[in-house]
Design a protein around this ligand. Structure first.
Ligand SMILES: Nc1ncnc2c1ncn2[C@@H]1O[C@H](COP(=O)(O)OP(=O)(O)OP(=O)(O)O)[C@@H](O)[C@H]1O
Length: 536
């Protein structure tokens, strides 16, 4: 069906008519699992839409949604889409201060939340200046409102240009930035998602990233919502996830590399097979080869593992399959970067010369020579609107190409002779030494595969252009002191000459959303202190 014309909520409605008894959601609660058919979900969405509209929420109302994953969250977001209101989704793990800043930026007029989040709102003054309507979400919200009479014209479909959703970047390189989407952007995302396979109608999808869990029913997939703490996704219980996958016959799993690694280690140690899974989508950070290997060991032979590259501002840019990752693993370990696969149809990927300055207008003079490293830019159907209230950041991230917005990913990479994209690292995290710039993803993989090494992070200490390259090393958990020392020695022996210092670190700071991105700016500050102390 045509996603662009109908909108996400209407797509769910379509499935409710086409396959009312098919499972739309399976929710693993603390006490019991709950199954919702499309007819059930449609009923809940209708009730929620009625309750919300009675509370005064309507077309265009920005509504902060602070509700843990479950039936209420799915029904609430779908109901807001149906009312053409604009859900504001914020990672709950950001912490109270960042949450307050995000809410101030999004300025929601309504706040739909569980009682705990309302308490925080009142005590901490979240969105104090903007909120006029509050809705307390619980089972009663969905049960009090009586089922509305069928009114096919009651909820007019949104226009592609209508505002649809506000999400935030993960904040791994600074403060999270508000990203507004229109309905046509969401439709573009769904179309790009459909290219990945694994998400065809009838599939059973398990996503540890809430927006994909909500999108599942719109695609005609049944969405398994596992028991996960979204405030600490990487610390989620892998046993619960493995149990949900096996019990509910999950055919498509979406997990960031860190969670996939936890799950694969858990299954590997216990000899558990994730039999039903046919597709694994990994996104948010490079998928290390060791994690791919571990994941494949507990998947059936026919299963495909895909590493998806994208960003909040343009979800789904390119995709690499396991065969491509296998074929390029040696090159990655030799410093070529990580293969991100071929750009998806509809996306135009071009590489421009590296600069930290804004670029107002597109010109082909910006392009790097074929095969050279540059900043990755994307034009395509999922490129969002400019950041909320951040003209400076928007100026750094957007180029106008004759009216078409080009998004600067803030990532360095290159296109190879086969048209495949490669990741070299984030632009803001390149280490600017007197001998030239070093890209994190072209250095760290040189030593990441050494025994005893869990991961490494390249950071710079000192001013740009005169920085010393420092490699921070996190060892595998459970090693003895001697094994750790040996691992560090191995890193020192294999690190390229430009590395001035190798520093052991007990556990890297990671992003809250995927727990897969190393927060290198924090590590750089830590390394500067350590190097300073040792120099004294
Ligand atoms: N498959 C992948 N391989 C390598 N890197 C990836 C992949 N998928 C995503 N990324 C990284 O994640 C970034 C997008 O992350 P996201 O939109 O969550 O927020 P962020 O850019 O980290 O947030 P902020 O701008 O607030 O620091 C990409 O620019 C890229 O650096």
């Amino acid at each position: 069906m045509d996603a662009q014309l109908s909108g996400v909520a209407a797509m769910t409605e379509h499935w409710a008519h086409a396959r009312p008894d098919a499972v739309a959601c399976r929710i693993d609660g603390r006490r019991h699992a709950e199954t919702l058919t499309y007819a059930d979900l449609e009923d809940l969405v209708g009730r929620a839409a009625l309750a919300l509209s009675r509370a005064g929420i309507g077309a265009g109302t920005r509504t902060a949604v602070l509700v843990p994953p479950g039936r209420e969250l799915v029904a609430l977001v779908m109901a807001l889409f149906r009312l053409r209101a604009v859900p504001v989704l914020i990672d709950p793990g950001l912490g109270a201060r960042a949450m307050k800043a995000c809410l101030a930026e999004a300025a929601p007029e309504a706040f739909a939340a569980v009682p705990r989040a309302h308490l925080a709102r009142v005590l901490l003054g979240w969105a104090r200046g903007s909120v006029r309507t509050t809705v307390t979400v619980g089972a009663h919200l969905l049960s009090l409102a009586r089922r509305p009479a069928a009114q096919p014209d009651a909820w007019p479909a949104p226009d592609g240009d209508d505002p649809a959703l506000i999400a935030f970047t993960s904040g791994s390189t600074g403060v999270p930035k508000g990203v507004p989407f229109r309905h046509r952007h969401l439709a573009g995302q769904l179309e790009l998602l459909a290219h990945l396979g694994g998400l065809a109608p009838g599939a059973t999808v398990c996503s540890t990233f809430a927006p994909f869990a909500i999108a599942g029913p719109a695609l005609g997939c049944s969405s398994v919502i596992p028991r996960l703490d979204l405030r600490r996704p990487a610390r989620s219980d892998p046993a619960a996830l493995a149990g949900a996958i096996r019990a509910h016959g999950v055919t498509c799993l979406f997990a960031a590399p860190a969670l996939l690694d936890r799950l694969a280690r858990h299954c590997g140690e216990r000899g558990l097979a994730l039999d039903p899974v046919g597709t694994v989508l990994s996104a948010g950070a490079p998928l290390p080869h060791a994690v791919l290997r571990r994941a494949r060991a507990c998947l059936p032979e026919h299963a495909q593992v895909l590493s998806v590259y994208g960003a909040t501002e343009c979800l789904l840019v390119s995709v690499a399959d396991a065969a491509e990752l296998d074929a390029t693993a040696v090159a990655t370990a030799r410093g070529a970067g990580t293969c991100l696969g071929t750009p998806l149809p509809g996306n135009r990927v071009r590489l421009i010369a590296v600069t930290d300055e804004p670029v107002a207008r597109w010109s082909d003079d910006l392009l790097v020579p074929p095969g050279a490293v540059g900043e990755i830019t994307v034009a395509g159907p999922a490129v969002s609107d400019p950041y909320l209230g951040r003209p400076y950041d928007t100026g750094l991230a957007r180029i106008d190409d004759g009216g078409t917005p080009v998004h600067r990913m803030g990532d360095l990479g290159r296109l190879d002779e086969h048209g495949r994209l490669w990741f070299a690292g984030r632009k803001s995290e390149r280490v600017r030494t007197p001998d030239g710039d070093l890209c994190t993803d072209q250095v760290e993989p040189l030593v990441n595969g050494l025994p005893g090494v869990r991961r490494t992070a390249l950071v710079g200490v000192g001013p740009a252009g005169r920085a010393r390259a420092v490699l921070c090393v996190e060892c595998e958990p459970g090693l003895s002191r001697r094994e750790r020392r040996d691992a560090l020695e191995r890193v020192r022996a294999h690190a390229p000459e430009v590395i001035a210092e190798v520093l052991p670190h007990p556990g890297f700071p990671m992003d809250v959303r995927h727990a897969s991105k190393i927060r290198r700016p924090l590590l750089a500050a830590w390394a500067a202190r350590r190097v300073g102390e040792e120099g004294r």
